[in-house]
Design a protein around this ligand. Sequence first.
Ligand code: 9MR
Length: 375
Amino acid sequence: MRKIVLILLGCLSTVLITSYTNYTSETIPLKDVFKGKFHIGVALNTRQIWGRDTNALKIVKTHFNSVVAENCMKSMSLQPREGQFQFRDADQFVEFAAQNNMFTIGHTLIWHSQAPRWFFVDEHGNEVSREVLIERMKNHITTVVSRYKGRIKGWDVVNEAILDDGSFRKSKFYTIIGEDFIRLAFEFAHAADPQAELYYNDFSMSLEGKRNGVVSMINKLKKQGVRVTGIGMQGHVGLDYPKISDFEKSMLAFSGTGAKVMITELDVTVLPNPRRNTGADINQNYEYKKAINPYIDGLPDAVEAKLQDRYLDFFRLFLKHHDKISRVTVWGVTDGDSWLNNWPVFGRKDYPLLFDRQYKAKPFVEMISRISTKK
Ligand code: 9MR
């Protein structure tokens, strides 16, 4: 019996030591690196929220001081059927964040995607009236925001309402309510938690058309007296798009509205794009081909070097404008967690994040901390 216990203890310590060496890095915790400049955040999946991915959690607790739920607070997850809210995962997320003293972000209240179908139709399947949709929106926002009042510090209130050319996306919210759905969403959220920060969040934000469309929408909201605290630039970028200078132009334009700027979903894909896709429109999907999944055996040094340069360029930019930025959040803990392994083509192997599949910090994480402490 004693022998078995000793063997088990031996195995346990090996596991602990191995995982310890895997997940710690020689680098200073990122949250210390950016202290006084901006929050550094990460998106969590449900395995992490429920404590099942302990190595990932060690990284989260060491390096990050802000968290957002990658999926479990979308309307389809929270209210799959009218009036039947499912708060299990979201409650656990908020609890985890509170226990670890994280600046907690709610993602996302009103998004055309991942919204359950019932939202827009009546019991006969006919499209609902403007009044009904506003009422449903109000009920959803009020219920969710009130539940986490004071604990969720900032909400992505409206997600992806502007198209690349700057016009409004013709979503159901837009076609049924009109552009006022945005103002109403912000007002409902503000009424439910007057202290919460409220954000507009979108992808491809460095495109000129989108930049101008977002700026004029935000300015109009401000004129109407609507509280919009921040603008989230998702930051799903590639090795060669967008240009850093275009990203910077948008940061400055957004900051010019008086809103805080945040990079909310940062990742850098290294994979070839079947259609030069530069957004994050999850409705796009392409057939898997071996040629567009080139790095199944690891990332060649030359590509790794490009990835490193790209991350360093972006972080240099964020540091240059840290007075305008309140948060930089990466969209996942390790490469293995990334949505990019399955978008826009299912089943590829991408390397877009700061930590690899073995829970090790990539070498450029150390470099990021060095550039940021350099005066
Ligand atoms: O990373 C998320 C992925 O796991 C989901 O399948 C997908 C659909 O809900 O959403 C992904 O996250 C998106 C985010 O919520 C909004 N901006 C674009 C992100 C990437 O698609």
